[in-house]
Design a protein around this ligand. Sequence first.
Ligand code: SF4
Ligand code: SF4
Length: 111
Amino acid sequence: MSGGNPCLTCGACCAFFRVSFYWGEIHSDFMVPEALTEPVNPVRMAMQGTNQPKPRCVALEGEVGDCVSCSIYPNRPSPCRQFEANDAEGACNRARAAYGLPPLELEPVAA
Ligand code: SF4
Ligand code: SF4
């Protein structure tokens, strides 16, 4: 895709997947805000709102498919840091499809 960052007008993954991570990230350099998390099991936490049948992260601001932002971007947990637009397994486009958003085109590989 050309142009700007497609995530700024998407946000589908923040309202599609459970976002869970090792509890220690709350006390790591990430400093994920504990008040926005909930326990999944004794060693894992999830962002509130994502561990339910119709997920939507509590930190997501805006409308999916329009204009979105993450209210804790500098402190987001590792799954959010590792998730990539156009990932090889298609998770990004699966989330987009759930909101009627077109798939992202793979960037051409430089010769
Ligand atoms: S689903 Fe893909 S394009 Fe949309 S916000 Fe997530 S990573 Fe970005
Ligand atoms: S913490 Fe931010 S980037 Fe991660 S799921 Fe929530 S809104 Fe999205």
